[in-house]
Write a protein that binds this ligand. Structure first.
Ligand SMILES: Nc1ncnc2c1ncn2[C@@H]1O[C@H](COP(=O)(O)OP(=O)(O)O)[C@@H](O)[C@H]1O
Ligand SMILES: [Mg+2]
Length: 298
């Protein structure tokens, strides 16, 4: 088992809540040392998926193995092996940073190894300077840093981080991604959920999820190349995207700075004054969702 470099293997994971199909047959893999981004808008099913992968929510159908253990048959084993940072950065506000880490470490380790793990996490996450501060006094960025440190204090092989950057400023977001990469560099696999499209660029590979379904999977470069093959992107002078919407061959148009960005069908002629542009992850996301919605209508 230890020679297996696939650390997460989700196979047809599905979860219903009453009539709602929150996650619909999602399959993907995460490899050793990989930073895998699970991207999708609010309500897409990211948290439901992560809860299933973490062994805390039983799938309606399908299964996943996480570091060799089945989430359906061995959820307790899965929970013992992974690191999990929930969306609500669950730190105890009245405990100090060190006490929060000690509390979490005690779930997995005891005695000197537990204390070593805490000191090590304080160092790795640069939390030494605030070790004796109450968690409730930390800023959002530092609270997230603590939440991340807690999730991996026992050095799991796999960590699930649910929206670790939501609500943070750009510098704090970057710090969180640097810390995730530092953990991945020692071989940990990280599955990180986010609804910030630009954060896809920071991942080795990305799965886009929408309406509970996986609508795209690949490296950011692959996903952008796929939309570049299907659409053309241009910047045109002007201040009114409505001039463009609905014209033959125009898929979408929106204002960007002092110009209008337009997306054309591949065979549509380029308008005069148009400057070609490369697709962004935001284009990937918007166009994939548009395609899904169009399918849903037929
Ligand atoms: N415990 C639950 N009971 C009923 N519906 C739920 C429950 N958890 C999530 N949902 C619904 O499932 C869908 C996906 O939710 P969620 O996984 O939280 O999405 P995301 O994390 O991508 O925002 C939403 O429509 C949400 O309202
Ligand atoms: Mg969520």
């Amino acid at each position: 088992m230890s020679g297996d470099r696939t650390k997460v293997r989700a196979k047809g994971l599905e979860r219903r809540f009453g009539h709602l199909l929150a996650v619909a047959g999602v399959s993907f893999e995460v490899y050793e040392g990989e930073v895998f981004g699970l991207l999708g808008p609010n309500g897409a099913g990211k948290t439901t998926l992560v809860r299933m992968l973490s062994g805390v929510l039983t799938p309606t159908t399908g299964d996943a193995t996480v570091d060799g253990a089945s989430v359906v048959r061995e959820p307790e084993r899965v929970k013992a092996r992974i690191g999990y940072a929930t969306q609500e950065a669950s730190v105890y506000p009245f405990l100090t940073v060190r006490e929060n880490l000690e509390f979490r470490a005690a779930m997995y380790l005891e005695g000197p190894p537990a204390l070593d793990a805490v000191e090590d996490a304080l160092a790795r996450f640069d939390l030494g300077g605030v070790a004796d501060r109450r968690a409730g006094e930390l800023s959002g960025g530092w609270r997230q840093r603590l939440s991340l440190a807690q999730a991996v204090v026992h050095r799991p092989r796999v960590a699930f981080l649910d929206e670790p950057t939501t609500g943070l400023d750009p510098l704090a977001r970057r710090a969180v991604w640097d810390l995730v990469y530092a953990e991945a560099a020692r071989g940990m696999s990280a599955l990180v959920t986010t609804h910030y499209m630009d954060e896809a660029e920071r991942c080795h590979r990305v799965g886009l999820i929408y309406g509970g379904r996986r609508v795209a999977l690949g490296t950011p470069q692959e996903l952008k190349a796929a939309v570049a093959a299907r659409y053309r992107f241009y910047r045109v002078p002007g201040a009114d995207p409505a001039d463009w919407r609905g014209r033959a061959g125009v898929v979408d148009a929106w204002q960007r700075g002092g110009a209008v960005r337009i997306v054309l069908e591949p065979d549509a002629p380029a308008p005069a004054n148009a400057t070609p542009e490369e697709p962004t992850m935001e284009d990937v996301f918007v166009l994939k969702i548009r395609e899904e919605d169009a399918h849903a209508l037929v």
